[in-house]
Design a protein. Structure first.
Length: 263
């Protein structure tokens, strides 16, 4: 008898899931709508207006704090595109992997509003929004700084030269870990898992493990050297030796010790 009760219970949950999902699919609007606030224009499709309002409010609430943390320079209005499905996100951005978000220059980013109806393990979409916004802030700072070294009147030449320098010299570990830190993307289990792999910063430039452990690099860094070190580290393209006066190996050792103690 007990076995049947469990079966009925499970079938009930599945039925509720499909019922709610169907309701959502019928009531959500598929045409694109926009919400304009002081610093953002949020364009959304396939999610509720109330959800888009949450994105807009959350971005505005965190706008000043993140920009102050990283010492951002004057920043134009940012266009935000939110999609209700991975399929629509991929179609709009041309990306093929299971990426949840992407920044397009300092003034535009796109992301998927993940939930239990469109992904197996949904991320917190409000954190994804802050993560991509933080990429825009990093780019804004780097582009402003690059105007000192890339001297040209032509915008396209400047963009090409900047992309080349950024792609070759700005380390992925820094790019991702700063965004994860500002968005508070950290999960104890994922950190424990990645920690056991004993990865160096260099290895994290080529590994997806950065998405498990990135937060803790900046957590360690700001606890030990203070948060004013972050803008300096961005400006130096992640040069540990020059910014922190320790070797990269020493830094990694300290970070691992910090992980052992805290996670
Ligand atoms: Zn990222």
């Amino acid at each position: 008898m007990k076995k049947y009760r469990l079966l009925v219970f499970l079938l009930g949950i599945i039925a509720v899931f499909y019922f709610v999902r169907t309701i959502r699919n019928y009531t959500v609007k598929q045409e694109t709508r926009t919400i304009k606030s002081e610093h953002f224009i949020v364009s959304y499709t396939g999610i509720y207006k109330s959800e888009a309002e949450k994105v807009s409010n959350h971005l505005e609430e965190n706008y000043s704090k993140i920009r102050e943390n990283l010492k951002d320079v004057p920043h134009d209005l940012i266009k935000v595109f939110v999609y209700g499905s991975q399929y629509k996100f991929n179609a709009a951005t041309g990306l093929e992997e299971n990426t949840k978000g992407t920044s397009r220059g300092p003034n535009e980013f796109h992301f998927v509003w993940t939930n239990w109806f469109n992904s197996i393990f949904p991320d917190d979409p409000l954190k994804t929004a802050l993560h991509e916004f933080t990429h825009c802030v990093q780019l804004n700072i780097l582009i402003y700084k690059a105007k000192d070294s890339i001297i040209t009147q032509d915008r396209l030449t400047f963009e090409r030269e900047f992309d080349k320098k950024f792609g070759a010299e700005y380390p992925l570990w820094l790019w991702e870990s700063i965004s994860m830190f500002e968005a508070k993307e950290v999960n104890r289990l994922s950190v424990k898992y990645a920690k056991n792999k004993n990865l160096t910063l260099e290895e994290l430039n080529k590994s997806n493990q950065i998405y498990n452990i990135g937060y803790t690099i900046i957590e360690y860094l700001t606890q030990k050297w203070g948060k004013d070190i972050l803008p300096k580290l961005i400006a130096s393209f992640g040069n540990i030796e020059k910014t922190l006066n320790v070797s990269t190996e020493e830094f990694e050792k300290g970070w691992i010790a910090f992980l052992e103690e805290k996670y």
